[in-house]
Design a protein around this ligand. Structure first.
Ligand code: F0G
Length: 451
C-alpha cells in the first residue's frame, strides 16, 4: 500500500498537558516532573497544511482491501496519525478496532429523534474499547525492551492488557479491586495467563499502588495515564468519522470512569479538525453514574477547576472510580468541544441497558450510561431531536452476565424506585416449563393475552 504523504514534521513529542513542558525521558508514571499534570503525545507540525486530508482518507480506505496485519488493524490503518513506534511492522495487534456503527432506529423512534447511532466498541477482540489503546501502548512497551507490563483495572483494561501481553510473549501483572469486577473480565485475565492480584481496596487504591510500583520497578504502566494508550484510543474517533463519510455528527456521548477514553476521543477529534479532516467539531459529552460522579460535580459545582474525589459506588463496576486520573484532560475536551457532563441513576442505567437490547445489540452496564445520559440531555434541550447523535458502547454484553441475570430475575434492586414499573415491564426472566408442546403453547397464549 502506498504511504500517505504526511511530512516528517509529524515526529511525536511528549508534552505536559498543564504547563507544556517537554519530556524527553518521561517519568515511569507519566506525570510531569514540573507540575504533576499528565503527559500527552503532541505533534507540533500538524495543521491543515501538514497533511493532505483527501489523500489520507483515500489511503485509509484503500487499506481496507489489504490483507496485511497492519492494515487489518482498525488502529494501525490510521498509522499516519499515531507515529509513536519506530518499527510499525512489528506492532502487537489482534486486528482491533474496525468496530461496527449501528443505527438505533427503534430507540430513535421512541425518543422522537432523527438519527441515533451506536459505535459498538464491545466488538473489539477482548470485548471492550481498551484494545485500541492497548495495541499502541503495549507495542511501545515492547519496543522499549520491557518484559513486564502492569495495570490497575476495573476489569476491561486487565483483560485487554493480558491478551496483548500474551500475544507479545510478555508478562502481565494485574491489580484489581477484590470482589468488584465482573466475572467475564476476570476470566479473561486468567485465561490469558496474567498474574492477577485481587487487592483489598477499590480501583482508586489499585491505581495509586500501580503508580508507586512503576517508580520502584522496571515494569511498564498500561493504564490510560500512559499517553500512548490515548493515541491508540483516539483512532476510534477517526474510524467513526470515516464510517459517517466524514460528516461530523452534532454529538458524541461516552461513559466517564478514569476519563482516558473521553480524553482520547476528544484528542482525536481536535486533531482531525486541525488537519482539515472534518469541517467542524462534534460536542463530546461525558456521562457518569451518580455514585461515581467526581467529574460531574467538578464541572457543575466547581467550574472544572478542582476535582474532589468520591468514594465510588455503582453496579456499573467498569466506571466505579472516584478519583479519575485524566480529569483535567477530560475537562479540556468538554471545554474545547462544547460538550456536557451528566450523571445518571442506577435505575436509569438498568433501564437504558435493557432498551439497548431491543436493538439486538446489548452492552455492559457502564456503556448504557450513554443512552441514559442522552435521555437527560434531550430533556434539558442540550441535545435537539433533529441532531445526529453517536453513543459509544464501550463493552460487550457478555462481560457482565450476572448483572443481566439479576435484572431479569428482578433482583437488581431491593426496593422499588421511580422507574420500577418501567423496569418490570422490560424484564424477560427465563420461564421454567414442562418439556411438552402443550406447556410451551400455554406460555405463548398467556403472552399473547398480555400483549
Ligand atoms: N466503559 C467500560 C466498559 C470501561 O471498562 C471503562 C473503563 C469505561 C467505560 C470508562 O472509560 O476510564 O476511559 O473513562 N474501564 C477501566 C478498566 C477503568 O480498568 O477497565 P474511562
Amino acid at each position: 500500500m502506498p504511504a500517505a504523504a504526511v511530512p516528517e514534521t509529524a515526529a511525536a513529542q511528549l508534552r505536559c498537558c498543564g504547563c507544556g513542558a517537554l519530556s524527553s525521558e518521561p517519568p515511569p508514571d507519566f506525570h510531569c516532573s514540573h507540575c504533576g499534570d499528565l503527559l500527552e503525545v503532541a505533534y507540533p507540525g500538524w495543521d491543515v497544511s501538514a497533511a493532505p486530508a483527501e489523500q489520507l482518507k483515500r489511503v485509509w480506505r484503500e487499506r481496507k482491501m489489504s490483507s496485511s496485519d497492519l492494515d487489518r488493524s482498525g488502529v494501525w490503518r490510521f498509522r499516519e496519525l499515531l507515529p509513536i513506534v519506530q518499527a510499525v511492522n512489528e506492532v502487537v495487534t489482534l486486528a482491533e478496532g474496525n468496530t461496527p456503527l449501528y443505527e438505533m432506529r427503534h430507540i430513535a423512534r421512541r425518543l422522537g429523534m432523527r438519527a441515533l447511532f451506536a459505535k459498538h466498541q464491545g466488538m473489539n477482540p477482548t470485548g471492550s474499547f481498551k484494545d485500541t489503546g492497548m495495541t499502541a501502548a503495549l507495542s511501545v512497551a515492547r519496543e522499549r525492551g520491557y518484559r513486564w507490563v502492569v495495570c490497575a483495572s476495573t476489569g476491561n483494561t486487565s483483560a485487554s492488557m493480558a491478551a496483548y501481553a500474551a500475544r507479545a510473549g510478555m508478562s502481565a501483572l494485574v491489580l484489581i479491586p477484590d470482589g468488584k469486577i465482573a466475572w467475564g473480565k476476570l476470566c479473561q485475565a486468567l485465561e490469558y495467563g496474567a498474574v492477577t492480584l485481587q487487592l483489598r481496596t477499590d480501583f482508586d487504591g489499585c491505581m495509586s499502588l500501580v503508580t508507586e510500583l512503576v517508580r520502584r520497578m522496571p515494569i511498564y504502566i498500561l493504564n490510560s495515564i500512559n499517553p500512548y494508550r490515548v493515541e491508540g484510543q483516539k483512532t476510534a474517533a477517526i474510524e467513526l468519522m470515516e464510517q459517517l463519510e466524514w460528516h461530523a455528527p452534532e454529538h458524541i456521548i461516552v461513559p466517564g470512569g478514569n476519563l482516558g477514553n473521553s480524553s482520547a476521543l476528544g484528542k482525536g477529534l481536535l486533531e482531525m479538525h486541525r488537519l482539515g479532516l472534518i469541517p467542524r467539531l462534534p460536542k463530546l459529552s461525558v456521562i457518569q453514574a451518580e455514585g461515581a460522579n467526581p467529574l460531574y460535580t467538578c464541572v457543575r459545582e466547581r467550574g472544572g477547576r478542582t476535582l474532589v474525589p468520591v468514594k465510588a459506588e455503582t453496579m456499573a463496576t467498569a466506571i466505579r472510580i472516584g478519583n479519575p486520573a485524566s480529569w483535567r484532560k477530560a475537562v479540556r475536551v468538554l471545554e474545547a468541544t462544547g460538550g456536557a457532563c451528566e450523571q445518571v441513576s442506577e435505575e436509569e442505567i438498568a433501564l437504558a441497558k435493557s432498551e439497548i437490547g431491543i436493538e439486538g445489540l446489548g452492552c455492559e452496564p457502564a456503556s448504557a450510561v450513554t443512552l441514559a445520559g442522552l435521555k437527560k440531555l434531550l430533556r434539558s434541550g442540550f441535545v435537539q431531536a433533529n441532531e445526529t447523535v453517536v453513543l459509544l458502547l464501550t463493552g460487550h454484553v457478555l462481560k457482565d452476565p450476572e448483572y443481566s441475570l439479576k435484572f431479569h430475575a428482578g433482583e437488581l434492586f431491593d426496593h422499588g424506585g421511580e422507574l420500577s414499573a418501567e423496569l418490570d415491564a422490560r424484564r424477560r426472566p427465563p420461564i421454567q416449563v414442562d418439556a411438552s408442546v402443550e406447556a410451551i403453547t400455554a406460555v405463548l397464549q398467556t403472552m399473547r393475552r398480555e400483549a
